[in-house]
Design a protein around this ligand. Structure first.
Ligand code: AHR
Length: 602
């Protein structure tokens, strides 16, 4: 294949093209990214959290032992249940066993009143790995201890025993080693895996979680901030309990720690069109009489993120430990909503209010769901009329669809809204899927003047608690298992550019089926001056590129990263070597491969 790249007519493209879509699906938050090791620490699980008749799903879920649930005089009205233990022991198994590392420190805390008690970390075989004897008094008090287990195990439990009577609530265990060592922090190994993708933005808290299962299940950011015991837990649309321990403060802080733009997405005043809770559905939005209050909640979020520490909501951010603004620039309104009249009335109202009060905020709208056979016409017509700066598109399709549609954005009208491809994935975690996504991303980079951002979805999935496949990163209590698709995202995230360089490719075989299986993208990163060429070969045969760089004066030292492997397997991983520029730009591309060539321009 003869490829030429030219510096003529370079095109400015988005400098934040790849990021992550975080949704609390598949136990991505509690039991996932959120570092808490105790499940149901507040005894607030309810039957209503889960559809169906799973009787175990109640205030005692994940707890063993003899105890009562009481409600009189709770530690906070938003956290009404607590446990009363009389001359006995209760134990918690975490999310299927608590993983512990020998000699590392764990912060234990509990609200307690009554008798003294002993807290122990025990292995599944009953061996005590750490313990502390603690006192409580006649009124609720938060009691802390540091526990240091003597062994590494994956399936410990936490026990609290008393010889008297004790009331306990918000029983918590966190590793001290969280991501960036934050208190109430995030699981380090998972967060570091995300950080290694170099995401330029993080969208949260969903997905469908944002608009919820019925109007009473719309995600309310105000319920997720402040002291942990005052947060209001909620039923998750994906059929489990959300403690809200990972709330808006923690999301903003995570973005800051990653150096990524926060992109909160709020419901457009309507729940999920497929809502089952209360049978509401999307034709019933928040009643118009309550919409002013809802709109105010959206505006208050911007004040919470960006307002001064003396403003009403900025003060709450400062109290949580962040007096400086979070510098929020983007707000998403709506998620994959059906473009109905009910939706439109509320959507316009919210968007207008944000644009009037905060003209500097970039509102990301939605153009509704995309299925084969239907397109986004109504959503786009509305976006055109509202002159929205960016709209969110979503699609989950087969690898063949991604290969056939790699020119999806070539014809997009540059005078209209830009696109945030907020959710996409090909159906699977085989290398073939990852290559189809890599190929599609060459088209996204080529169209980086109209596509502003793109995020694979969903991001995280805990094994045994996965409601949606495929995902980008699977994990269990102590292991992180990035997929082959993850490494494609990582290579794009680590090798972005903000200038697209025109290129041409000539193949000896001009058959369309052949040519569409070869992808190329050439970008320049103005921060480093590096030229980055991405090559995708989805053919069962090798291809030898001959890349003409006569326009460039390249340094000798080139980084050449290759992923290659069997298309129906999952084993391909990036391997990096140093080559001369000449070697790198003429190196044979094996069958089924993705290469990233990075060279300094002198
Ligand atoms: O990513 C999983 C789900 O897919 C999201 O919650 C929703 O927006 C989409 O339908």
């Amino acid at each position: 294949a003869q490829i030429s790249i030219t510096t003529k007519d370079p095109k400015k493209i988005s400098n934040m093209l790849t990021g992550v879509f975080f949704e609390d699906i598949n136990y991505a938050a509690d039991g996932g990214l959120y570092g808490e090791l105790i499940q149901n620490r507040g005894f607030e699980y309810t039957l209503h959290d889960k559809k169906g008749s799973d009787e175990k799903w109640n205030a005692k879920m994940a707890w063993n032992g003899d105890f009562k649930i009481a409600k009189e005089n709770p530690i906070h009205v938003n956290n009404p249940n607590y446990a009363v233990v009389t001359k006995g022991t209760i134990s918690n198994t975490g999310f299927g066993g608590i993983p512990l590392k020998a000699n590392e420190k764990y912060d234990f805390s509990v609200f307690a009143k009554g008798a003294g008690f002993v807290v122990k970390l025990k292995s599944a075989s009953g061996e005590t790995l750490a313990e502390a004897s603690l006192k409580s008094g006649s009124s609720w008090k938060k009691i802390n201890a540091v526990l240091k287990p003597s062994k590494t195990v994956t399936d410990a439990n936490l026990e609290i025993s008393t010889t008297g009577e004790i009331a306990v609530d918000m029983i918590s265990l966190f590793p001290q080693k969280t991501f960036k060592n934050r208190k109430n922090g995030l699981r380090a190994d998972l967060a570091e895996t995300i950080a290694a993708m170099h995401p330029k933005f993080v969208r949260f808290p969903g997905g469908c979680v944002a608009h919820g299962d019925g109007i009473h299940n719309i995600y309310k950011w105000k319920n997720t901030i402040g002291p942990l015991e005052s947060r209001i837990p909620s039923r998750n649309i994906w059929n489990y309990h959300q403690s809200m321990g990972l709330g808006y403060f923690e999301y903003f802080q995570f973005c800051e720690d990653l150096g990524a733009e926060p992109v909160p997405v709020l419901a457009a005043g309507v729940p999920c069109q497929n809502s089952s809770d209360g049978g509401a559905g999307q034709q019933f939005g928040i009643p118009m009489k309550d919409m002013d209050e809802y709109v105010q909640d959206v505006l208050d979020l911007i004040e919470y993120a960006n307002g001064s520490a003396t403003s009403v909501w900025g003060k709450k951010r400062a109290e949580a430990g962040h007096p400086k603004p979070f510098n929020l620039k983007y707000v998403g309104i709506g998620n994959e909503d059906l473009i109905s009249d009910v939706f439109e009335e509320r959507y316009r109202m919210i968007v207008k209010a944000v644009q009037q009060k905060y003209p500097e905020i970039i509102v990301i709208g939605t153009v509704g769901p995309f299925n084969e056979g239907s397109d986004y016409d109504e959503g786009w017509a509305l976006a055109d009329d509202m002159k929205l700066p960016i709209v969110d598109e979503h699609y989950y399709q087969s690898p063949g669809w991604f290969i056939n549609n790699q020119s999806f954005y070539d014809g997009y009208d540059r005078s209209k809204s830009k696109v945030y491809l907020g959710e996409y994935a090909s159906w699977g975690n085989k290398f073939y899927n990852a290559l189809a996504e890599a190929l599609y991303l060459t088209g996204i980079e080529r169209n980086g003047d109209v596509v502003a951002m793109a995020s694979y979805a969903p991001l995280l999935a805990r094994e045994k608690h996965t409601q949606w496949n495929p995902d980008l990163i699977y994990f269990n209590g102590n292991e992180v298992k990035p997929t082959v698709n993850y490494f494609v995202q990582q290579l794009y995230g680590q090798n972005p550019g903000d200038i697209y360089l025109q290129n041409t490719i000539k193949l000896s075989d001009t058959n369309n089926d052949v040519s569409k299986r070869i992808g190329i993208s050439a970008v320049q990163d103005s921060a480093t001056g590096d030229l980055i060429v991405k090559l995708v070969n989805l053919l069962p045969a090798s291809v030898t590129p001959s890349i003409d760089l006569t326009n460039f004066s390249t340094a000798e030292n080139t980084t050449y990263t290759l992923m290659t492997g069997k298309p129906d397997k999952t084993a391909a991983r990036p391997v990096t070597q140093k080559l001369t520029a000449k070697e790198a730009f003429s190196k044979e591309l094996p069958p089924y491969s993705f290469a990233v060539i990075r060279v300094k321009i002198s």
